[in-house]
Design a protein around this ligand. Structure first.
Ligand SMILES: Cc1cc2nc3c(=O)[nH]c(=O)nc-3n(C[C@H](O)[C@H](O)[C@H](O)COP(=O)(O)OP(=O)(O)OC[C@H]3O[C@@H](n4cnc5c(N)ncnc54)[C@H](O)[C@@H]3O)c2cc1C
Length: 138
């Protein structure tokens, strides 16, 4: 089944603003930095209509539920270093950046497992595990 996506309108923005504070929501150009219109390969250049910087899973859950129910396309975005356009908002809509979700949640030493939020960088993981007498092999 194909979906006809909708553009973001005022009532959608009002909903986004009820979840995300003003300093983490960016609407159109030039508020949305040019970096967010492409990935590392820069082959495609398309802006999302709205960019939000999420800080909790609850914010993301509320946004995804709303966008799903209103046929608004969503693009998750990490550091934008992908090379195949997956992090580019091909259909416009909402981009959810996870760069501010950068907390370490749990180091399970017995099972050699580290749980982190999606915005944690590999170099930060390396330092964190070394500070705890482990070594990251990537
Ligand atoms: C110089 C260079 C070297 C590279 N070397 C390697 C390498 O050695 N090995 C390798 O595997 N890759 C490599 N890559 C590719 C790239 O770095 C990886 O694909 C990287 O993991 C992308 O992470 P990102 O956070 O930048 O994701 P983005 O580019 O932001 O997104 C990539 C995809 O993941 C989705 N996404 C992002 N965050 C989330 C999330 N939290 N939840 C759900 N979906 C999400 C996006 O929508 C998109 O589809 C390299 C890239 C460059 C530029």
């Amino acid at each position: 089944m194909s979906v006809t996506f909708k553009s973001i309108i005022e009532k959608d923005l009002d909903y986004f603003k009820s979840i995300i504070p003003n300093d983490r929501i960016f609407i159109g150009e030039p508020e949305i930095h040019e970096d967010y219109s492409h990935d590392e390969l820069s082959g495609i250049k398309l802006y999302p209509e709205v960019l939000v910087e999420a800080t909790t899973t609850n914010e993301i859950a509320l946004l995804l539920k709303y966008c799903y129910e209103n046929d608004i396309p969503v693009t998750p975005r990490g550091q934008g270093t992908g090379l195949v356009g997956g992090g580019v908002a091909l259909e416009g809509g909402l981009m959810i950046s996870t760069v501010k979700m950068n907390k370490f949640i749990e180091l399970d030493e017995a099972n050699l497992t580290l749980t982190v939020e999606p915005g944690v960088l590999l170099m930060e993981i390396s330092k964190y595990v070394e500070d705890n007498d482990f070594f990251l092999s990537a």
